[in-house]
Design a binder for this molecule. Sequence first.
Ligand code: AMP
Length: 198
Amino acid sequence: MNLNFIVFGAPCSGKGTQSIRIAERFDLIHVSTGELFRNEIKHNTKIGQIVQSYIDKGSLVPDQIVLREIYKTASLRKNRHGFVFDGFPRTLHQAITLDKSLSNKGLHINLAIYIDVENHELINRLNKRCVDSGRTDDSLDIIRKRIEIFQEQTIPLINYYEAQGKLIMLSGMESIQAVSVSIISAIEKFLSSNPQKF
Ligand code: AMP
């Protein structure tokens, strides 16, 4: 069985941590576009030099670059079980393009997991991360911009995946462990009650 999940949520919603846990539980490959880009920047590659200016400003990296990099990574790292895409897709255009390219391979996104965290809690968490993450895109102004972009460009994915009957929306307000438990049990429930989708 091939499973492809996407995980999305605002900056500091916990999507990175939860994506890793989901990947471990279902034996999937975790692919984070943010991590991929930070790695390119760290190694000062050509792609790293191009994406740095976007990331540092809190803007989205252009779709063309994101799509090229994600396909390259996915084809190098594929396994027989599938992927957890973390932070990708982030725009409707990316989601539509991903669906088309998966369907060309006889594959599809099985589930989109949205981790919902209220704005005041996001700001609390983001303020803390500003102090200790060392990320260049974690200053307060940039974070505000990233939240705005998330609301404008990524929130529309909720309707997109809901219309396909693939959305799981969960609160990310509890502890990491409590959120993990509810995500894993929601996925298991979905898998057992919608076997035709897998
Ligand atoms: P993240 O680690 O997911 O918070 O991503 C960090 C930054 O990388 C984002 O603020 C964007 O600048 C860039 N990025 C990551 N994923 C994408 C994507 N799917 N589309 C466009 N930009 C992205």
